[in-house]
Design a protein around this ligand. Structure first.
Ligand code: SF4
Length: 360
């Protein structure tokens, strides 16, 4: 898939845009200044595949916690600022890797200028952008409502404001809770600007519906080559956001590392309790550090054939099943030992992956 060329910015150790891998980000929901809790969450997010984290900076203590969170959590940190330009300055002084501001709510041009000046001096990028809930009334009036035109033009206006101050280390987010508005607005922006885009569907809701909205919105844009970093917004543990984001990248062929689980939908040929086996496998295989496709199939008639591409898998029979590897049958296993046999093989693959090369 050809990606739309964008400018590259650097958020700590992670490059965004300009052909860099599309990154996954999430936002912590601990009290930022509670460093132990925040770091614990950052580490869990990192383990799930998160590349960048965003933390709300609500007061001075939050800003002063940035350095420790970065040092102990090991991920670049985006400081999320609302209204108070002094907190933006403090976040920059405390080593945030990117600032997220809305220049329209920061209290006037002089305050934005002060932030931009320090961001330049510290070589820190700024994320600007709009979401459907906070669009300026003048834009709503000019374009006849909250729609893709008003969203895209509002983002372009924010970009121009920073450019006029001589600042170009920008990434842009345009989000609506309406999936099609987000898609059209990002397309419009992308036609007119080459700044990297942060994709997401805002307020996407609980996981059951939020994952689907996000997959459609983010996935459609990524499939068109648009988008440089993503966040799935869910009313859930942020780890769920990261898992969903990673799966979207995998489905778009933009992230290859990690384990992929494929399983059949079951039918009248299924004679084992496949639903329970897949549910348990999904749980057990979370965060496995092995690059492999794992197949869990309901029957031996089509199972190994349908999963020929898989690295390892099982196919159910009556009271037993087959364990197979790279399309070849390894052995028959009783049904109650089938999942364990599969997990043991995967654990061995993981050990082989992580074992240091004895020849070197
Ligand atoms: Fe049915 Fe077998 Fe296909 Fe599963 S793999 S859906 S059990 S035919």
């Amino acid at each position: 898939m050809k990606r739309k060329p964008t400018r590259r910015i650097q958020v700590g150790t992670v490059a965004i845009g300009g052909g860099a891998p599309v990154s996954v980000q999430s936002m912590t929901n601990t009290d930022t200044k509670d460093i132990a809790s925040t770091v614990r969450q950052v580490l869990a997010l990192k383990d799930a595949g998160c590349d960048l984290i965003r933390c709300a900076i609500n007061d001075e203590m939050d800003a002063k916690a940035i350095f420790s969170i970065k040092e102990k959590g090991g991920l670049p940190l985006i400081a999320d600022i609302q209204f108070d330009h002094r907190l933006a300055l403090l976040a920059l002084e405390n080593g945030c890797d990117c600032l997220r501001i809305n220049p329209g709510n920061i209290g006037g041009e002089e305050k934005v200028r002060a932030i931009v000046k320090l961001a330049k001096e510290t070589d820190t990028p700024i994320r600007v952008g709009v979401n459907s809930g906070s669009l300026h009334q003048s834009m709503i009036d000019r374009y006849g409502g909250v729609n893709p035109m008003s969203l895209a033009e509002s983002a372009l206006l924010q970009v121009r404001q920073l450019e006029e101050m001589g600042f170009t280390q920008i990434k842009v987010a345009i989000k609506s809770s309406r999936v099609m508005d987000t898609i059209h607005a990002c397309r419009l922006f992308s036609q007119k600007s080459d700044y990297p885009l942060h994709l997401g569907i805002t307020e996407a809701g609980p996981p059951s519906t939020g994952r689907i909205k996000s997959a459609v919105g983010i996935g459609t844009l990524l499939a068109e080559g648009i988008g440089d970093t993503i966040r799935v917004s869910l009313t859930a543990d942020p780890v769920e956001e990261v898992r969903a984001g990673v799966e979207i990248l995998k489905a778009c062929g933009l992230r290859k590392e990690g384990l992929e689980l494929i399983s059949c939908p079951t039918c009248a040929r299924t004679k084992i309790d496949l639903l329970s086996i897949v549910k348990e496998a999904e749980q057990q295989l979370q965060n496995k550090k092995v690059n492999a496709t794992v197949a869990i199939m309901g029957c031996a008639v089509n199972g190994p054939g349908e999963a020929r591409e898989a690295d390892i898998g099982i196919a159910g029979g009556k009271g037993e099943g087959l364990l197979f590897k790279k399309g070849k049958i390894l052995r028959k296993v009783p049904e109650d030992q089938l999942l364990d046999a599969l997990l043991q093989e995967i654990a061995q693959m993981e050990r082989n992956t992580n074992e240091p090369d004895k020849c070197s």
